[in-house]
Design a protein around this ligand. Structure first.
Ligand code: SF4
Length: 570
């Protein structure tokens, strides 16, 4: 038995990303506006709000270049620009290319959903750091690094979170610097922990919160480069589809021209997204990305440049019908944790911010209702948290997601069908080619097929290693990823025997391929045969393994606070 400190707050928000920070900012604004106008005798609200961030600082786990649809931030903070929101550049041009190996074709027109006029290229890393400053100015407690390890629950009621212990050795024994993680109690716990969050995963499974479709994911792998200025404009937006993906693989890439670099050049965000519903067990998001950089169009942009940072993250691509039920006794799910991402528009930040605002409105009304009745509540009831769901169904964010509800599912029949389906959906209220109100999908890992009888094909070596392309270890090195080495492995494999028996034979150990950080390696075992070697210190917290493992025996759990990538202000 370990004695733990107990910290009490009104609102506990797990994750200092755009959703969690927007929730804290909007709740403070709503309370301030209410308190200013409150008539005499009317209760005032001054909730204690805590935002927990597991990275070593806010932004450490949030990587750089993105195109911001300003609709979310505009509502959260109408004077966001005057308040100094960091913008790399307004979007200056837009183009989409279909790639074939060695050649490309520019689409003669930009599809409506990919038009980025009026939007902004930002560094999300800088943006969340700025949002955290704004939240703190309003009195929100933003604490980093503090990692929420497990939910404190009584049956279906969420009462807060338990923080990860510090100073535990590999075998699970306390070291001299052992510090038990505190129990953080809240009237409402808002999970904004990103895509495939570990707390969200357990809650969704235990309380059967899964949506009509299971969530389906993709993994985005990206690098920031500094390149000569005449090779890309600030605000230039390029999207790519096709090669090196095979026709049945979902995804595509981007190039975003950012602000000035450190050496007189231009920063540019380059990346590639690969569906985790890929059929080939050797599907490798990092490899596809590296190959995409060898395409002449991309090479021209990065020639003579220098790679500065690397990162990866999973993305919830399932859309409206894959969103879990996002509320219950004492909890709300927002941002990527709640599935707020528009895959058709390739955007999620505005929806993350909006979901945080809707959660804040529901919490505000719940706390005010209790205060007016003179009730001392310990948990915000499902009746109150459901308000977020009701608000969402009437909101523009719902209508936007409804128009994209069949987007990802259309790609189950291949790229050509997926694109036709998306084009059709744009003009027919989201119904898509099959004129369906809601196409279904399986969970990502269920799409993986077993190895063909002649085994995995020999994949050609990546060309240009060290100049244009990098292996996973080189990339992880620049991401600044670090973990305390002497701690229990945060990647829990619940049936390790299966890895070297069935998995080797049936799938060829796909974890070696889909992990973009070389965490999983099959190595020779003394006495013959192979064993699985884990390098958990390399983990960039993308959660791909937890999602894509075909047997679902990998559990990504939260390591000691402060571990993980150390993404920089790029
Ligand atoms: Fe991503 Fe899992 Fe690899 Fe970590 S171990 S980098 S979460 S795939």
């Amino acid at each position: 038995m370990v004695e733990r400190d107990v910290m009490e707050f009104d609102v506990v928000i797990v994750g200092a990303g755009p959703a969690g920070l927007a929730c804290s900012i909007h709740l403070q604004d709503l309370c301030a506006r209410h308190n200013e106008k409150a008539a005499e005798g009317e209760p005032k609200l001054e909730p204690e709000i805590l935002v927990l961030e597991k990275g070593k600082e806010v932004g450490a786990h949030i990587f750089s270049g993105a195109v911001l649809d300003p609709s979310g931030i505009q509502e959260l903070m109408p004077d966001w620009k005057e308040q100094g929101a960091p913008i790399e550049a307004p979007v200056s041009s837009d183009a989409t290319y279909m790639f074939k190996e060695g050649s490309s074709k520019k689409l003669p027109f930009q599809p409506k959903v990919l038009k980025n006029e009026g939007k902004y290229v930002i560094s999300l890393n800088k943006f969340v750091r700025w949002m955290a400053e704004k939240a703190e100015e309003k009195g929100v407690n933003v604490f980093a690094p503090l990692a929420a390890k497990e939910l404190l629950r009584e049956g279906e009621i969420v009462k807060g979170v338990r923080l990860a212990d510090a100073g535990v050795d590999k075998e699970g024994n306390p070291k001299s610097n052992f510090e038990p993680g505190a129990d953080v109690i809240g009237k409402v716990t808002v999970l904004a922990e990103g895509s495939r969050g570990s707390l969200t995963k357990s809650l969704v499974a235990d309380l059967n919160l899964e949506g009509r479709n299971p969530q389906v994911y993709a993994t985005g792998v990206k690098e920031v480069w500094e390149v000569p200025k005449d090779q890309v404009e600030a605000g230039q937006v390029i999207h790519m589809m096709g090669w090196p993906h095979e026709k049945d693989v979902f995804g595509g890439g981007w190039i975003y021209g950012m602000g000035d670099g450190f050496d007189g050049g231009r920063l540019v965000s380059i990346g590639w997204v690969t569906g985790l519903d890929a059929k080939r067990p050797w599907s490798d998001p990092h490899r596809y990305f590296q190959l995409s950089k060898t395409h002449p169009l991309v090479q021209k942009i990065i020639a003579g440049g220098k790679m500065l940072d690397y990162g990866a993250k999973s993305l919830p691509e399932g859309g409206l019908f894959a969103m879990p039920k996002g509320y219950g006794e004492g909890f709300l799910l927002i941002g990527d944790s709640g599935g707020y991402l528009n895959g058709m528009k390739l955007k999620g930040i505005h929806l993350a911010i909006r979901s945080g605002m809707l959660a804040a409105q529901a919490i505000f009304e719940g706390l005010l209702d209790a205060a007016k009745k003179g009730e001392e509540i310990t948990v915000l009831s499902a009746g109150h948290t459901k308000r977020m769901h009701d608000l969402f169904e009437k909101d523009w964010s719902y209508h936007e997601l409804r128009l994209a509800r069949n987007f990802h599912q259309g790609f189950e029949k291949g790229r050509t069908f997926g694109l036709l389906n998306a084009g059709f959906a744009m003009y027919f209220g989201g119904k898509g080619f099959l004129w369906s109100d809601g196409l279904s999908n399986k969970a990502s890992h269920e799409y993986m097929q077993k190895l063909p009888s002649d085994g995995k094909p020999d994949l050609p070596k990546l060309p240009g290693l060290g100049e244009i392309t990098f292996d996973k270890v080189e990339d992880v090195y620049v991401s600044g990823t670090k973990h305390e080495e002497d701690q229990p492995c945060h990647l829990v494999i619940t049936n390790p025997d299966l890895c070297v028996t069935r998995c080797t034979e049936e799938y060829g150990n796909p974890c070696q391929h889909f992990c973009p950080a070389a965490v999983y390696e099959m190595v020779d075992k003394e006495g013959g045969g192979e064993k699985l070697l884990l390098n958990p210190s390399n983990c960039v917290h993308c959660k791909t393994c937890d999602i894509a493992d075909p047997y679902q025996i990998i559990d990504w759990t939260v390591p000691e606070a402060g571990g993980g990538p150390g993404y920089r202000l790029l």
